[in-house]
Design a protein around this ligand. Structure first.
Ligand code: PDD
Length: 281
């Protein structure tokens, strides 16, 4: 496999970054994950817009213009001959002698792009059965709207899920409301068939898949309510699911010890999953 590292396309074995890269030392950087489907990048424009937002909030410059960045992504996909999978893009503040505050001398942001080929049949098979999620206390900082590489709470939550035989962990705030998953946005479907997901304030990442699913839901004549929901409401919901570029729409059939609905993926989640790519760009 080939990676892009600061201007060069290198075999993965040679692809490395400087030990004084601020991403490595301070998690001072941001990332994006985009789906690759049939050789195409899905929702590239929205992902690059969010990248620019995340970078802007941290006052890191775009490493290059959006168009040029899109070319690099496509180049990495092409060089690896990936038809289906994901592209990972990371931008950090760059390399500078260790000092918490920003470097006083201008540094070039560091850009890394890698790909991960993945057969979509694998996700489809998981979606047939649905997944279990566990709940964990929200312990992240309050700027999770910035897609930073500072993911330690997410890593620990995901590991706890794995050790509990689940695939995702939902963060729950002090009032009992679900914020989002460790790497997904969280949704439920009420008894009346209304989709509920938390407003994209600073408590969650503004998921691109979440936005596309809202459009898909509208096209299917489904009502969406952007409001917070509690774990208790989720456990009693007709359906639950998560969304992310890596999951599309993934049904949730168990939350901690509670079975959601009849324990099988719900029909609304299945429909949204099936129609998703009609609305993605
Ligand atoms: N994660 N919330 C969190 C905390 C996430 O990390 C992600 C994505 C999402 C969903 O966003 P989107 O629909 O734009 O993928 C929500 C990526 C896929 C990851 O970390 O691998």
């Amino acid at each position: 496999r080939i990676a892009y590292v600061n201007g060069r396309y290198l075999p993965m074995t040679d692809a490395s970054v400087n030990v004084e890269d601020r991403g490595y030392q301070f998690a001072d950087g941001v990332y994006e994950v985009c789906e690759i489907r049939k050789g195409d990048l899905i929702d590239e424009t929205r992902h690059l817009a969010r990248l620019e937002y995340s970078l802007g909030e941290l006052r890191i410059a775009m490493p290059m213009g959006r168009a040029a960045l899109g070319m690099v992504l496509r180049q990495v996909i092409r060089r690896n001959r990936v038809r289906n999978g994901y592209v990972y893009l990371q931008v950090t503040r760059g390399v500078a002698p260790r000092d918490h505050a920003f470097p006083t001398r201008p540094v070039r942001p560091a850009l890394v792009v890698t790909v991960k080929p993945l057969d979509p049949a694998i996700g489809a098979a998981v979606a047939e059965d649905g997944i279990a999620v566990i709940t964990v206390p929200e312990n992240r900082w309050d700027r999770v709207d910035i897609k930073t590489v500072g993911l330690l709470p997410n890593v620990l939550a995901k590991q706890a899920a794995r050790e509990a035989g689940a695939r995702e962990a939902w963060f729950v705030d002090a009032d009992g409301f679900v914020t989002e998953g460790a790497s997904t946005n969280a949704w439920i479907v009420t008894g009346d068939g209304v989709l509920v997901t938390r407003p994209a304030d600073r408590g969650i990442l503004r998921g691109i898949t979440r936005a596309v699913v809202m459009e898909t839901a509208a096209a299917e004549g489904l009502r969406v309510e952007e409001r917070a929901f509690t774990v208790e409401e989720a456990k009693r919901a007709r359906e639950a699911f998560v969304t992310a570029a890596t999951q599309l729409v993934m049904p949730v059939v168990r939350i901690d010890e509670a079975t959601v609905g009849n324990g099988k993926p719900g029909s609304i989640a299945a429909t949204l999953r099936a129609r998703f790519h009609d609305h993605a760009e």
